[in-house]
Structure formats: C-alpha cells, structure tokens
Design a protein. Structure first.
Length: 258
C-alpha cells in the first residue's frame, strides 16, 4: 500500500513539473510571438512638448487644428533616395509655418542609392525654406532592400550626413532600435556633441537605456485633430524651458539653404 502511495505521489509530482514546464514555455513563446502594439502612452507632464511627422500619406492636414490641439512641432517628409520628392511638402511646409509650428524636414535614406545624389535631392527640395529644426536622415530597414552589406550602407550614410551637415548645420538621425544597433551605435553616439543627435522610434518606456536621445516617436497610431487617419506621435526629451533653449541654440546653428 505504501509503495502504491509513493508511486502515485511521485507521478503527481512529475506531472506537476511537466505541466509547469509546458506552461512556462508556452508563456515564453506567447511573449515573443504576440503582436506588439506600435504605441506606448507617455507621461506628458514629463514630456510636455509634442510633435508629429507627416508626409503625403497623411492627406491634407489642418495645421491650425493641430496647433490648437497643443502640438508644438512637425517634421515633414521632403525627399527619398535620389529622385523622389514628397508632393505634399511645399503645401505642408507653408501651412505648418502659418500655424506657428516649429518645422523640420526629413529625408528617407535609400540603401540602394548613392549618398551624394541623396544629399542633392534633399537640399534641392528644401531650397528656400526657413526651417527651425535640424535636418533629419531617416534610416530604417523597413522599405529598403535586404541583402546590402552594412558597411556599404554606412559609407553612403557618412557621405550623405557630411554633405547635409556642411550645408544645413547640425543634423539628426531618425531610426528604430534595430537601425540604432546596426548603423548608429558605435559610429554616431559620442557624447561630446560632435555627432548627430538621435530621434528614436521605440515602443518601450524608456525608449532607450544608457543612450542619449532628443526626440522620441512613441506611436504610429495616434489620433490627432486635423488629420484623417492615424499619425505618428513624438515628444521632445525635456521640459518647455529646455525646448525653448534648444530652439534658441538651433537658430544660431541651422544654415538656411537658399
């Protein structure tokens, strides 16, 4: 009888161990495979300065409504690769300036185009614009061809960055965590102010650990007055005093391209 009881207890214990292991493994798989929401709520008391990035895909935004909703800045897509220019950029630029928003322009970097040609395309697109925010190079694997060597891509980035910086003043790099690990970290992450600042796309809070960042894109699914459909949401890393100080410093360093 005791032997039967011991065997039963041992089988129960083994079953509990097996079930626990299966549940643990299943939870790990679920955490890894579950769809991640491209959004994180931020504390606007910590990050009170809010902004958007927009392109022709966002239709015809009402920038007066955007400004009235409390947004402070907007980055507009200007160009992509060596020959594409966002058709909404001229209209969006004028409307955003009239609404009193701080305006910047970004270039979507193509892995399969040379750096010099991309710089020329961006500079020609923003010619005549008075921008309050640094030029931005948007570097991401999404939308770019795979199979191009990282070192070759980095050579093109370096050429593009050097040309834009020489003509526009200090630039900023937009990327996500994958892009930061592949292209930015260890190359453009010095803390002495000699490297472009970082605009990070991240759906975790904090967006990065042990890395400095200036802007944080924390959502791809924002609902914003004056915009039909979803929009990207961003915040500035600092309070309003720091924001105003940054804008003032930029007014002395941004070179307007005429």
């Amino acid at each position: 009888m005791n032997k039967i009881s011991d065997r039963f207890a041992r089988n129960i214990a083994i079953a509990i161990i097996v079930i626990t292991a299966v549940l643990t493994a299943a939870m790990a798989v679920w955490r890894y495979a579950r769809p991640r929401m491209p959004h994180v709520d931020v504390d606007y008391t910590t990050y009170p300065v809010r902004g958007l990035d927009l392109s022709a895909h966002n239709g015809a935004p009402d920038f007066d409504s955007i400004a009235a909703a409390g947004y402070d800045f907007v980055y507009l897509k200007a160009s992509e690769g060596t020959d594409y220019r966002d058709p909404a950029f001229p209209r969006n630029y004028l409307a955003a300036r009239r609404a009193g928003l701080a305006v910047g322009a970004y270039h979507f970097f193509r892995f399969d185009s040379d750096g010099t040609g991309q710089a020329i395309n961006y500079l020609e697109t923003i010619k005549g614009c008075e921008l309050q925010l640094p030029a931005v190079i948007d570097i991401e694997e999404w939308g770019n061809p795979a199979g191009i060597a990282t070192e070759l891509i980095n050579e093109k980035i370096a050429i593009l960055l050097a040309l834009i910086t020489s003509r526009c003043g200090p630039a900023m790099i937009y990327t996500n965590k994958n892009g930061d690990a592949r292209f930015i970290r260890g190359r453009y992450d010095r803390t002495d102010g000699s490297d472009p600042e970082l605009w990070i796309c991240s759906f975790t809070d904090p967006p990065l650990r042990r890395r400095q960042w200036r802007l944080w894109q924390h959502s791809h699914i924002g609902q914003v007055p004056g915009i039909s459909g979803e929009a990207d949401l961003n915040v500035f890393n600092g309070d309003r005093l720091q924001w105003n100080a940054w804008l003032d410093s930029l007014s002395h360093t941004i070179k307007q391209h005429h």
